[in-house]
Design a protein around this ligand. Sequence first.
Ligand SMILES: Cc1cc2nc3c(=O)[nH]c(=O)nc-3n(C[C@H](O)[C@H](O)[C@H](O)COP(=O)(O)OP(=O)(O)OC[C@H]3O[C@@H](n4cnc5c(N)ncnc54)[C@H](O)[C@@H]3O)c2cc1C
Length: 317
Amino acid sequence: MKITDHIKNAKGETLFSFEIIPPLKGHRIQELYDNIDPLMEFRPPFIDVTTSREEYVYIERDGLLDKKLTRMRPGTVGICASIKHKYNVDTVPHLLCGGFSKEETEYVLVDCHYLGIDNVMALRGDAMKDEKYFRPTKGGHDYAVGLVKQLNDLNCGNYLHDAVETEHCADFCIGVAGYPEKHLEAPSLQSDLKRLKEKVDAGAHYVVTQMFFDNQKYFKFVDAAKDMGIHVPIIPGIKPIAVKRHLQLLPQVFRIDIPQDLIDAVDDCENNKAVRQVGVEWCIEQSKELKSAGVPVLHYYSMGKSDNIKAIAEKVF
Ligand SMILES: Cc1cc2nc3c(=O)[nH]c(=O)nc-3n(C[C@H](O)[C@H](O)[C@H](O)COP(=O)(O)OP(=O)(O)OC[C@H]3O[C@@H](n4cnc5c(N)ncnc54)[C@H](O)[C@@H]3O)c2cc1C
């Protein structure tokens, strides 16, 4: 079922959902199940599964370093299929422009269609680890809006190179990313919102936000998006701080602010167990306020660990 239909059917109730990341290559899917199991009692209508970009590894051979491309966490669509059928829940694979040609994307989408996956997140992806700026992959899209257009074309039965006559067109519900504190490369929040509007005009059906720790940023973002003519659901994505290092890492990687009260509370912690508890408490307060404001879904970035998300959900749902 489409995310937008889940939201409609909820009739104003806030839904619970979360995002997981595929295990490292060679690990077992049971590790994922062990973390999903405790969250199923909160009846998520959908679970997102991220896609990781390829990266370079350097292998030493005869004293020389051989540079190879690899993907450390492959398997997004396979994981989506397996979770969908094990738990009878919708799954949302993340699609990236980076690392995929348009043809490769089409094949992934054909797989999704066969597997009965009705929703996808269309994302550009970040620059590769060794690179400063995002470089489009040869034959791929420059920006997420291109991916949205490709998805929309496929929904209309238009494959890239083949005239396919079918009564069973794909009908993907398309999610895109939004940034309450603006995307790190955008020159201003206003210009980033214009880009978001382009994605929605190209066919995106809903938006999921980057994490934020101050709800006011989300509320202002939603208002500004509405003023710009964006009227699709904007789902807040939130994450509990889990280790002290997040205070430096999250602003550095995502260019987001952390409120001073939260910084002070984390600074006062003697160890990461205490930090995890502070993160949970902050996220409970954030969730309660967002829920009473009537957000359609509370979407949690679980990073594959469920104990803190469960502790939050128990107090909120
Ligand atoms: C909910 C969510 C889920 C995510 N999941 C993943 C994941 O699974 N895997 C992963 O690798 N990353 C993921 N990301 C991170 C995402 O890939 C990065 O934030 C990436 O840098 C931008 O992706 P985007 O889809 O927002 O890009 P875009 O919408 O393409 O925007 C990227 C930047 O380009 C600008 N821009 C857009 N269009 C144009 C244009 N035509 N001309 C000039 N500038 C333009 C925008 O303002 C923005 O600054 C996720 C992010 C979010 C919020």
